[in-house]
Design a protein around this ligand. Structure first.
Ligand SMILES: Cc1ncc(COP(=O)(O)O)c(C=O)c1O
Ligand SMILES: [Zn+2]
Length: 432
């Protein structure tokens, strides 16, 4: 016995100035320089094949931690979380081969990782289980977030599970119906802010600093630890054979940053031998990161964001700097696609029976564009992440299929009929 305290398993680190902080530090930015904090864990003591076997053995177990597609990878997420985690459980999402989608994108080796299969219908649950666990451990009085809708739905559900009051800031009139309905149903105090997402975020940040509520936006480094597991799970589903590319929609850039960190961990721990390239895809009307990429990240851009893909309607992404690191360290690319391309991709994905919300379809639209530009080659394996469920945005679906004039090429107009068999026969005849 030396008498010295054991080193903590995990710590928070400011990548900008190197300052270290304990896990109990409850703000998302560095008190010395304002940089966003990251969580770093001690090496798990096992690597490569052994670590793969540990993760694999947990699959199918009913143990509360092993049953979660996040906590199954706990050594790389929050090693000392203990057993008192706030879990629904989440993750365990499918990796799908959708021939019609691959053929439309010109990418025969395309697979989609469908994060809409999470408990509240989006990938946000993977980060929220970790964020809510930390909030509970810190004894947070309340939790808060600004949101384009999915984060608020997820926060509301996990806060309810943890029995912590939740406060959400969403742009008034600009949140998809499914997401707003969920947030209300799970019981969060919902503030409809007369402004855009960026205004909501500034307000949530100020509230967290002055009103003593714990901020659970993706600037919170624990959220990103959970979101890393999208990558771990996809790699495991591929037998740890890394694909050439991972494509994802990009808004506030938390997920892009999390993916970069996950690939760093997977490479450093010998889980994979080659790092896939990230392809971050923005909507053309909300493309500050794509603009910055085209200039070699020489400067940061801010835009006034407008796109039908409301989840990524963000003009001033909070995680810009760490997402730059993610793109650079994976030799990645950033592209943007028009709303027409997003909606066409969505119609193909919906029509394949998988379905997704508009922002999710940006990943597949981005793959098609990158194939056309010769950046992604047709023989390369691509995993495109579908970030949210088709039911998240019923409004856009009803407009597309029932109202838009002239009907878009893939509109599926319903037919109103009298309650008679002859009317059914007539519809079948006309359909031939
Ligand atoms: C469905 C969906 N896709 C993509 C994103 C973008 O993720 P990020 O903001 O981490 O870039 C979001 C964020 O709200 C989302 O809800
Ligand atoms: Zn700092």
């Amino acid at each position: 016995m030396t008498g010295s305290a054991a080193a903590p398993v995990s710590r928070q680190l400011c990548p900008r100035c190197g300052k270290e902080l304990p896990l109990s530090f409850a703000k998302s930015s560095c008190p010395a320089c304002g940089g966003l904090l990251e969580v770093r864990h001690a090496a798990p003591g096992r690597r490569g094949l052994e670590l793969r076997r540990i993760f694999g053995d947990r699959r199918g177990s009913v143990d509360v931690l092993d049953a979660s597609g996040v906590w199954r990878y706990r050594e790389l997420v929050l090693p000392d979380a203990g057993r008192d985690v706030v879990t629904h459980p989440e993750g365990n999402t499918p990796l799908l081969r959708l021939p019609r989608v691959s053929s439309w994108a010109g990418s025969p080796e395309l697979l989609v990782k469908h994060e809409g299969h999470n408990p509240t219908g989006s990938f946000k649950d993977r980060g929220m289980t970790v964020g809510a666990t930390v909030a509970k451990r810190l004894g947070a009085r309340a939790v808060a977030c600004a949101s384009t809708g999915n984060t608020s739905a997820s926060l509301a559900a996990y806060a309810a599970l943890a029995e912590i009051p939740a406060l959400v800031f969403v742009p008034a009139g600009r949140v998809a119906a499914g997401k707003l309905a969920q947030t209300l149903a799970y019981g969060a105090k919902t503030l409809l802010v007369r402004g855009d997402f960026d205004a909501c975020f500034a307000l949530a940040l100020e509230a967290s600093e002055k009103l003593n509520v714990y901020l659970l936006n993706s600037v919170n480094p624990f959220r990103l630890e959970g979101q890393k597991t999208i990558v771990f799970e996809a790699l495991e589903q591929l037998g740890w054979e890394a694909p050439e590319w991972i494509a994802l929609p990009a808004g506030n850039l938390g997920n892009t940053s999390a993916f970069g960190n996950a690939l760093r961990d997977a490479r450093d721990l010998g889980l994979i031998s080659r790092v896939p390239r990230l392809a971050a895809v923005q909507a053309e009307g909300a493309n500050p990161f794509a603009r910055a990429f085209r200039e070699g990240f020489a400067r940061r851009h801010r835009v006034s964001a407008e796109t039908a893909a409301t989840a990524i309607r963000i003009g001033d992404p909070a995680s810009h700097d760490r997402a730059v690191t993610a793109i650079r360290s994976t030799n990645g690319v950033v592209t943007d696609v028009t709303d027409d391309e997003i909606l066409e991709a969505k119609a193909i994905i919906d029509g394949s029976g998988a379905g997704c919300e508009p922002a999710s379809a940006a990943s597949v639209a981005g793959v098609k564009r990158l194939v056309r530009e010769g950046v992604i080659r047709p023989g390369e394996r691509v995993v495109a992440v579908l970030t949210g469920h088709v039911l998240k945005d019923p409004g856009i679906l009803l407009r597309y299929h029932m109202e838009t004039e002239p009907p878009p090429p893939r509109a599926n107009r319903p037919v109103e009929i009298e309650p008679r068999l002859s009317a059914v026969e007539q519809v079948l005849r006309e359909d031939r």
